[in-house]
Design a protein around this ligand. Sequence first.
Ligand code: ATP
Ligand code: MG
Length: 399
Amino acid sequence: MSGVLLVSDHTSVTRKVRLATGDDVVVVDPGRMPAMPAQLLGLVPEPDDVRIVVLDVGGDDDEGVSGQVDDGLALAGRFAETHPHVGVVLVHSQPDSIGLAVLRAGARDVVPQDASVEDWRWALRRALDAVQTVAPTHQVEATGRVVTVASPKGGVGKTTLATNLAIGLAAQSPTGTVLVDLDVQFGDVAAALDLEPDYTLGDVVASPASRDSLGLKSLLARHPSGLQVLCGVRSPADADAISADQLSTVIGHLKSEFRYVVIDTAPGLHEQTLAALDHTTDLVLITSLDVPGIRGLRKEMEMLDELDLPPTTRSIIVNFADKDGGLSVADVEASIGRKVDVVLPRSKKFTLSTNQGSPLLESQPRDRISKEMGRLVMRFAPLSVNDSGWSGRHRGNRA
Ligand SMILES: Nc1ncnc2c1ncn2[C@@H]1O[C@H](COP(=O)(O)OP(=O)(O)OP(=O)(O)O)[C@@H](O)[C@H]1O
Ligand SMILES: [Mg+2]
């Protein structure tokens, strides 16, 4: 067996954990939450194989086994004391409301009741990864894709693309996607998503809570789509206090917690952007359709080739495409010596969506431009677009 034991009386949770584990899970519904780990493990045929215990403690209105938050937390605490090689994951309708208690109980994670199959896959892999240090026989690597959006020039659409990309990935993995505003001084991700964050990058690098996964999650802003966001500093002066090492540590934590980490950057190759590139698995480079932009892109690509960075996929985006400037996409391709992956037209729709704080992929999913951006999302999450346009969550992942 996969080593997953699920305690739940919710058919939807059970079905999704079954799908996430390829039906390799033991599900028990003991009527009420057992008090001791041995009582729970006594219900399964091979207790020594159990690596992850998922306790569905339900929501406030629940009855039965899924209505026992306190009992579930107490059991998680006892597992942490007596069975540290077993990771406990809780399920609750409002994870934020019990996040701190979960942390104190020593559980590994808390997953929302309506999490998708994809979210479950990721949460279970991550929990297994966490217990493997205690039980070294289970070698499971779980780090997310880090997608960094960069450009040599300012104002070419990095923030626009990063926010749309993050919204697209969050449609596939709502609890597994985080967007980081690494334009440390002048970042405007919060405005682009109409968020008013309680904490920003400055708070996160300074807070001891950020060294712990659940603590770090508690400092992120939450977009209605489920996307979590680490917003830039409140004032440009605050940026001075943030070092590249600190950023690297935060990104390292995030990629072990999230399936997709999308990073928006400032123009050029500052040390903050280089800190991101050290973790990047997928690099998205943008240029506008003009001579300075294209020259800058070519130089940046040459520079990146010379730096000793981990290998990444590269996607090239031409933004603000129109015929009036006398340049074509073919000119860009000739200049940089490779194909352009996505072309986005100059359109007032972008200006409007920026001003309204609502990415186009979210507000107009069926628009031609959204479909084009959806093609970029597909490079990282291949199940996200159907023929009629941007589809939001893939059918296979629906609850
Ligand atoms: N294809 C487009 N057509 C028209 N307007 C666009 C397009 N793409 C982006 N914009 C607009 O251009 C402005 C700058 O875009 P954005 O902030 O995304 O660029 P940026 O590269 O992040 O800039 P900076 O380097 O300052 O961070 C925004 O108002 C945005 O709405
Ligand atoms: Mg920007």
